[in-house]
Design a protein around this ligand. Structure first.
Ligand code: SF4
Length: 446
């Protein structure tokens, strides 16, 4: 039996993979520990999206060489996207690493534990063919369960490494997902966050293979409908949709189903059609705005968040202005704004010159960030004196004497505890103060 510790870098998909892998290893009799120092096996679940993320984890594992010299029994494994991308070359850079496992082969890790215990080293499993059985275990009970509904991405945006590290799209059957969600709800979860790199393409690859794909197809809408029926589940969120597959069936379904939260994260990336084409996003700014308007016409309360890249190769000041204009038009509640940086292995890195100066990228980034924050702060003021429904999550991380929770529109609310209320419960909170990030108020007792 090994004591293991998984350190996770990157996105929610990686967090979910780490959780499922921990469950699998525990089922084999190994034990997860929270302290790195107490572990016999250290596993690094890595991210490749940005160069900086890779450098950070390579630096951290490099330092482990000294630790391993002091503690020779210590075993080190690298899993996830960076493991997939760099593969066995990691053994040359970091000879003290014992195993490397890619994104589709996590099921191999228990067997690798047995083999490293028998003295083997430099083991690798890197095929992108996802194993038949999806890892679906969950650790403990949390109010929000992360549920991976599909893997991979077939979109091949020119700047993105994900299709190269996570492989082609593969969706899980609806009954398997419903079963997993039911179990989580029976165990106390009240909210699910459905995960997929290109989630609106859920089921599309399978439908294409069967020859039943049409522009009206949306298996993701069918999945949402099936989850809506689960008693005890209060809220459904998902990330990340792609405009290319947001057809009328999808729009009507997300707006109609009461459990689907009306806070949507819809990556824009750029407001310039020339940039969108260079990124291979597969939609225009006009089509993007049509989706937003389609949702707003059926669910006027809907709010939006997004991802933006500034300084993509060749982005002119006018094209940046177009992004700024779309941001003004949509009035996002939140945005992840990235300065473009080349990722080795992507089409953009091979074919496009990273020609926007770094100071220009920084300036564009700053402009969008400050306009975003100003807008959110102003719009949050509209909540003053209003009562909102909050899913109570527990103690606030910033102030343990306060509770925190979120509205279905994903607004963080902070309020004093009230006896008789508990995490997992919906409560009514009257808002007395707002900032750009949070709403503050008091629970109203019936
Ligand atoms: S849709 Fe584009 S950005 Fe998103 S994971 Fe796929 S390739 Fe990457």
């Amino acid at each position: 039996m090994y004591l293991f510790h998984i350190r996770t870098y990157g996105c929610q998909m990686n967090e979910r993979d780490s959780e499922a892998l921990s469950c699998l290893l525990e089922a084999y009799g190994h034990q997860s520990v929270t302290e790195e120092e107490s572990a016999d096996v250290l596993i690094f679940n890595t991210c490749s999206v940005r160069d900086q993320a890779e450098r950070k984890v390579l630096g951290k594992i490099g330092i482990m060489k000294r630790l391993k010299a002091q503690k020779p029994a210590l075993k080190i494994g690298i899993i996830g996207c960076m493991a997939q991308r760099l593969g066995e070359s990691l053994f040359e850079k970091l000879p003290h690493v014992d195993f490397v496992v890619g994104t589709g082969q996590m099921n191999q890790v228990p067997e690798f534990f047995t083999r490293i215990a028998a003295g083997e080293t430099h083991l690798s499993a890197l095929s992108l063919e996802v194993e038949e059985a999806e890892l679906s275990g969950h650790q403990g009970q949390s109010l929000t369960s992360y549920i991976s509904v599909m893997r991979g991405c077939d979109q091949f945006c020119t700047y993105c490494i994900v299709p190269h590290t996570r492989g082609r799209e593969k969706s899980r059957p609806i009954p398997d997902i419903v079963k997993e969600v039911r179990e989580q709800v029976d165990g106390g979860s009240r909210e699910v966050l459905l995960l997929g790199q290109n989630i609106t393409a859920y089921g599309v690859a399978e439908a294409r293979k069967e020859g039943i794909y049409t522009p009206e197809f949306s298996a993701f809408a069918d999945l949402l409908q099936a989850l809506q029926e689960i008693p005890g589940l209060l809220r459904i969120r998902f990330t990340s949709p792609h405009v290319r597959y947001m057809n009328q069936k999808f729009i009507e379904t997300v707006c109609r189903l009461p459990k689907v939260c009306k806070a949507f994260h819809i990556p824009l990336q750029s407001g310039s059609n020339r940039m969108l084409a260079a990124m291979n996003r597969g939609y225009t700014a006009e089509e993007y705005l049509q989706c937003i308007e389609g949702i707003r016409s059926l669910a006027p309360q809907a709010v939006f968040s997004t991802d933006i890249i500034v300084g993509f190769p060749g982005e002119t000041p006018e094209e940046f202005e177009q992004t700024r204009q779309v941001m003004h038009q949509v009035q996002y509640d939140m945005a992840y704004i990235f300065r473009y940086s080349q990722r080795e292995g992507t089409r953009a890195a091979k074919t496009l010159k990273d020609d926007v100066p770094e100071n220009e990228k920084m300036e564009r980034n700053q402009i969008l960030l400050s306009e975003l924050s100003e807008g959110v702060e102003k719009r949050n003021k509209a909540y003053l004196g209003k009562t909102v429904e909050v899913l109570l999550e527990g103690k606030s991380k910033r102030n343990e004497e306060r509770w925190t929770g979120r509205t279905d529109l994903n607004k963080v609310c902070v309020f004093p505890p009230v006896e008789g209320f508990h995490p997992g419960q919906l409560c009514q909170v009257k808002i007395g103060r707002t900032t750009a990030n949070s709403l503050f108020g008091d629970i109203i007792q019936a």
